[in-house]
Design a protein around this ligand. Sequence first.
Ligand SMILES: C[S@@+](CC[C@H](N)C(=O)[O-])C[C@H]1O[C@@H](n2cnc3c(N)ncnc32)[C@H](O)[C@@H]1O
Length: 225
Amino acid sequence: MKKVIESMKKLFEGIYSDGKGIYTQSIVPGNRVYGEKIVSEKGAEYREWNPFHSKYCAAIKNGLEKSIFFEGAKVLYLGSAEGTSVSHVSDIVGDRGFVFGVDISETAMQKLIDLSEIRHNIFPIIGDAEQPDEYAPFIEEKVDILFQDVSQRNQAEIFVKNARFLKKGGFGALTLKTKSISQSKKMKDILSEEKKKLAESFEVTQVVSLEPFEASHYLILVKKK
Ligand SMILES: C[S@@+](CC[C@H](N)C(=O)[O-])C[C@H]1O[C@@H](n2cnc3c(N)ncnc32)[C@H](O)[C@@H]1O
């Protein structure tokens, strides 16, 4: 049974607020990942989640209705970078869950590997999310959650290619950076075109604008058909 701090109100499973900031409860007390604020009391430790550094946290700030992450979940996270957001997902899924973190950048991957030595539920994979066959051998069972944050022009296509790893009925989310697709088209028009690309494999459950935390970004929440 996890110890809890009374001043922390639960927003979603594994996600808390002290009335101002958003927090996850650290599975590695005493360890800061990116200079984040830590609140601790009576053996329980919470790490502040910064909406300017993490798009999922920005979505929580902007009215996310249902969180996709839960304790014990198996997650495939595409575009893990150095692991800023992955570290919070690692807190939420806990020791019974795990996060495969895929990134194409060797520099980012080195930091994620260092993080995985401290957080044992992170499995770093260097790979191109456009070539899922490259990392398919590591993912032996289908995952509960597919998350993607790769800021590429063909973001929706990449997400659809990776749908094969997600369980039927499993939840997912992808960030959509509209400026990566077109500088001139309206954000809403780009969003409807991208939603159409997702429609065959996914039901869109919510779309959250990430402004002002991330300009020209949406988070699209989905459920696999
Ligand atoms: C915006 S950053 C991700 C930030 C991270 N999600 C976080 O919140 O901490 C985008 C990442 O996607 C990675 N990326 C871009 N294209 C990729 C691809 N085709 N396959 C895998 N990773 C890719 C980049 O190397 C970069 O680290």
